[in-house]
Design a protein around this ligand. Structure first.
Ligand SMILES: *Cc1c(COP(=O)(O)O)cnc(C)c1O
Length: 403
């Protein structure tokens, strides 16, 4: 069986994790701090804080920005449930908009008509690793008409004076837009280092801050460190210093710090990340070549003059098929020992969101792209031979269903 996305666990990872385990300090400590610095250097953002998942990081971030009941946060209908779940947790309303038909990213045109005076945050999602249209997005939120709608409800929001762009970059670590890396494209960028992501720490995430210069990023970092550790004025490591036992709890905070064990994996992965990206790009090219003469194939956009994907997910679409035919093709592919996937079921078709009143008929592009989509395996050690096997298996399976 060709697996879909196995983690890269080799001796190098095992050695670094062992070192962390034996160092005498296994929770947040020097390795986590180093990992944060290396991410800031890599992404060229102003400050990075590591957390235990994208989900917890983004939720704390939204709460820090003052998001709660009465607020609206705009997201695409086509994303993983985490993007919407964290908004629900804060008490705010996820306002879903449709995606572009050409790729799988949020449509800026559709965002425009969804903005109200309750909109405090827009959360673009770089689906599959392809950056969203950030220039168009910033032009939109800085448009005088949109600015005049903005109604801040705290000092931070007032200081920014416009809608915050908090990017869901769970897929796009290493992606580029106008020669800048994901992590420095939005005000805030949240990465996921979950086991199936391009860069993994088993579970984990990071929040990159890139707010305008009026914001003091060192004090934001300190504030966030307190927030993600129960509101304690000192972290566990500084409490172990001589006489350092006494601390205060300045607010009822959250608990979502990254451990040094996770950071040990991340440091190794980050060091060889460019090599990982190169291999992923190569696999994308092989797939593109393999399907280019098939008139039924719509291959995904992974590079434009402005954008370079992080090549996270290869989202193949099959023209003129319905959802049942797509499912049938997937069954054929699995029967031939190849693992594939579907990214994503649009949120309005999931019970939790259907029950809240979201209707898929309002998101025709999300439905169309979903119903004919099959995600192919991409990972560092998927051999060319196996890529060819995936290609021939997909072709055979499509031919057997659409005769
Ligand atoms: C994986 C993923 C997340 C959640 O990341 P976790 O680290 O598992 O919390 C959020 N958004 C998207 C688009 C994802 O694919």
């Amino acid at each position: 069986m060709i697996p879909f996305s196995p983690p890269r666990i080799d001796q190098k990872i095992i050695d670094e994790v062992s070192k962390a385990l034996l160092s005498g300090w296994i929770t947040t400590g020097p390795r986590t701090k180093l990992f944060e610095q290396k991410i800031s250097e890599y992404c060229k953002c102003k400050k990075t804080i590591a957390v235990n998942s994208w989900t917890n990081g983004m939720e704390v971030l939204l709460r820090w920005w003052g998001i709660g009941p009465g607020d609206e946060v705009i997201i695409p209908a086509y994303t993983y449930c985490a993007s919407a779940n964290v908004i629900i947790h804060t008490g705010a309303k996820p306002v879903m908009v449709d995606i572009n038909p050409s790729d799988f990213n949020i449509s800026i045109e559709n965002i425009k008509s969804a903005i109200t005076n309750k909109t405090k945050v827009i959360m673009p999602v770089d689906i599959s690793g392809l950056p969203c249209d950030y220039e168009e997005l910033f032009d939109l939120i800085n448009n005088p008409e949109i600015l005049s709608l903005f109604d801040p409800n705290n000092e931070k929001q007032k200081k920014l004076g416009r809608i915050l762009i908090a990017s869901d970059a769970a897929h796009s670590f290493g992606a580029e837009y106008a020669n800048q890396k994901s992590g420095s494209l939005a005000d805030i960028t949240c990465f996921s280092f979950h086991a199936v992501k391009n860069l993994t720490t088993a579970e984990g995430g990071a929040i990159c801050f890139n707010l305008p210069k009026e914001f003091n990023h060192d004090s934001i970092y300190n504030e966030m460190c307190i927030k993600i550790l129960h509101g304690q004025s000192k972290d566990a490591l500084s409490k172990t210093k001589k006489g350092g036992w006494k601390y205060d709890v300045v607010e009822p905070g959250y608990k979502c710090n990254m451990t040094d064990i996770q950071a040990a994996i991340g440091l190794v992965e980050l060091e060889r990340y460019q090599e990982n990206l190169q291999r992923r790009m190569k696999i994308f090219h092989l797939y593109d070549e393999g399907f280019k003469n098939k008139e039924w194939a719509i291959t995904p956009i992974s590079k434009t003059t402005k954008k370079t994907s992080s090549f996270h997910l290869y989202l193949l679409r099959i023209k003129n098929i319905n959802e049942e035919q797509r499912n049938e093709i997937i069954q054929h592919i699995f029967d031939k020992e190849v693992s594939v996937n579907v990214h994503f079921q649009p949120l309005p078709i999931l019970s939790a969101y259907k029950n809240l009143g979201y209707e898929i008929s309002n998101y025709p592009n999300a439905w169309d792209n979903y119903s004919c989509e099959i995600t192919l395996p991409v990972y560092y050690n998927l051999s060319n031979e196996n890529v060819y096997k995936v290609i021939s298996t997909v072709i055979e399976s499509v031919n057997s269903v659409i005769k």
